[in-house]
Every structure is written in structure tokens, then in C-alpha cells.
Design a protein around this ligand. Sequence first.
Ligand code: ZN
Ligand code: ZN
Length: 148
Amino acid sequence: MGQITLRPDVVITMMRIANTLAARSTCKKLSVGCVLTDVNNRILSAGYNGLPKGWIHCKNEGNTICNWRCGATHAESNALLSCYAPRKEIHNCYVTHSPCLACMKQLIQTGCSYIYYREKSDEYNIASEYWYAADRLLCLAPSRSFLV
Ligand SMILES: [Zn+2]
Ligand SMILES: [Zn+2]
């Protein structure tokens, strides 16, 4: 009799990585993590939201800019910028917060077919309209993905 080994499924695993990366965020308002994988769920790239090189982190007390306009590059953008694979190879996006419109427009220009997210962001409605117009699927990862 083979022993049954319980292991987390791939969505849970990738969302855990996204959650872990979110803790690296340098923004005080929102911590976002993102993992991009290919069709076989091999990780192509990952990122979190943060200020461009040289800028004071939003989390630092001296930075008040974040209060009115955060200067952070978003997690999805950072993941796309550091992705060495051709953008058509991107198939899945695992992100803690559903992409804003700007990030959604970038993801649409890749091969990305599925977006799994933990929470809806403020721009969910308009961003998902663009996504559906591009004939893509928008997936909501089950909440249990983040508890186990
Ligand atoms: Zn910020
Ligand atoms: Zn964004």
C-alpha cells in the first residue's frame, strides 16, 4: 500500500510564493507580490512593488510622497521587467492583489492566460474589462489557497 502524501497544489504553492514576496514590498500602503510561470508552471520571474532604485522607500518615515501619489513600480511590472523569457511564454500570473489597469495592459501584451489573485484591487472592474476584451480568462484563486 502506497502512502498518501499530502502536498499543496500548484496554485497554493505559487500564491504562497507571491505572499512571501509581498513582504519585501517597500510601500507602506500596499504589499504586493507576483509570480509569473510558463504553461508547465515553471517560474519565469517574480517581483514585488517598490520604489525605483535610488528613491527613499515609502516605508521610510521621511517619504510622504506615498500619501498622495505612490512612486512604486508595481509587482507585476517588476516581474515583467526582470523576466528573461520571451513574453509569449508567460502563461500564468499569481499575484496577491488583482492587477491595476496599467499592469493589466502590460499582462495582456504577453502570453498570459490566467491570473490568480488573493484580493480584488480598486481597479478590478476596469482592469477586468480590458482582460475580457482581450479574450482572456480571469481566475479567482480559492481563498483556501492562502490558509493552508
Ligand atoms: Zn507607496
Ligand atoms: Zn499595477
